[in-house]
Design a protein around this ligand. Structure first.
Ligand SMILES: Nc1ncnc2c1ncn2[C@@H]1O[C@H](COP(=O)(O)OP(=O)(O)OP(=O)(O)O)[C@@H](O)[C@H]1O
Ligand SMILES: N[C@@H](CCO)C(=O)O
Length: 320
């Protein structure tokens, strides 16, 4: 279980009085996730999710919480943050920032079919469009600047072959980010971590996107690439599953058509999306933090995907 900060019902009861949710009746740690401490809490008003943020600070958090509120207000299915009596969405608990959000119904769909991929594609495009008038700007904190700072910290842990791959890819991505094609890509708030385990389904019905704590302003296409690289692959080989890829891309395109520049950038973005998670997984693997129980994600999964996206042609984006 990824509970870095323990919270008991006795700790919670006085803290909860500032929220309009009645008494806290029960709390239980959630046995998944690797970034934050998460708990389901039962209150007199129903079930909610309490998150204690282990790595994000009070200056960074309003972006995520206000973005979720903004999206929810525009009909995008996301958890709604609950304000305390002072209107604050983020309040200290055990000295760390914490927030309460509504609990989504359903469960994660870990074996998605084309119908699930289409639902995700539609909601992702709606989310990008709904974010256009969000006024707070915060960069994606796991984008090129972070890659450039982090690569030197992990190179020493890698085999000679992987060191070469990482150095070649950071050089490629650094150069690509300077091209007119990259600079022409549409940008805005993106989720940036929309994996299978960050979306809820009730049967074939999508009930919400959650875990917005890697969100930031970046290219919309990067968000699509992150999502494709998790939802539309064979998890063992990392190969793209064309039926699921087409279902997601066509559904997205029907709401927010892809541009010519996005078509040109597509393979580079699929590489960038694979690289981002290879790097963060390698970093987490060699810099573990304390947790009551923690299984780090396997870095070799995204090393494999990155090699495939470099070496194999990728399916074209739908054209306007
Ligand atoms: N709003 C919500 N509604 C219902 N369940 C939720 C909600 N938020 C989180 N959960 C549950 O808690 C689990 C862990 O949450 P989350 O993925 O946000 O953790 P994390 O530590 O940020 O994880 P990650 O490793 O994905 O970054 C989810 O898998 C889900 O079961
Ligand atoms: N989705 C990330 C974990 C951080 O949310 C990964 O699979 O590496």
């Amino acid at each position: 279980m990824a509970v870095f900060t323990s919270v008991t019902l006795e700790d919670l009861a006085p803290w909860m009085t500032q929220f309009p949710l009645g008494k806290a009746l029960n709390i239980r740690g959630i046995a998944s996730g690797i970034e934050n401490s998460n708990f389901f809490i039962d209150t007199e008003q129903g079930e909610y999710v309490l998150t204690i943020f282990e790595n994000l600070n009070f200056e960074q958090l309003p972006f995520y919480l206000k973005l979720m509120r903004h999206l929810a207000d525009r009909g995008v299915l996301v958890p709604a943050p609950i304000a305390n009596a002072d209107g604050e969405l983020c309040v200290a608990l055990h000295g760390k920032p914490a927030a309460i959000v509504s609990k989504l119904n359903g469960s994660s769909q870990m074996e998605p079919q084309p119908v699930h991929c289409a639902e995700v594609g539609t909601m992702l495009a709606r989310m990008h469009l709904a974010g256009r008038d969000f006024t707070i700007h915060q960069a994606n904190l796991r984008s090129l600047d972070w890659w450039q700072l982090t690569v030197p910290k992990v190179l020493g842990f890698l085999s000679a072959e992987n060191r070469q791959l990482m150095q070649d890819e950071i050089a490629f991505q650094s150069a690509f980010a300077l091209t007119p094609t990259y600079k022409a890509l549409a940008t805005g708030p993106v989720h940036a971590d929309l994996f299978r385990n960050n979306v809820m389904f009730d049967g074939e019905q999508l009930t919400g996107f959650f875990d917005f704590y890697f969100a930031g302003c970046d290219t919309w296409l990067f968000d699509v690439a992150v999502t494709i690289n998790d939802w539309c692959i064979d998890l063992v080989s990392g190969e793209l599953d064309m039926t699921r890829v087409q279902a997601m891309l066509n559904a997205y395109h029907a709401v927010r058509p892809f541009t010519a520049e996005e078509s040109q950038a597509w393979q580079a973005m699929l590489r960038a999306a694979a690289f981002r998670f290879w790097l963060s997984r390698v970093y987490d693997f060699y810099q573990p933090r304390d947790a009551e129980m923690l299984t780090p994600h396997d870095p070799t999964h995204f090393e494999r995907i990155l090699r495939l996206r470099i070496s194999q042609p990728v399916p074209a984006l739908p054209q306007a």
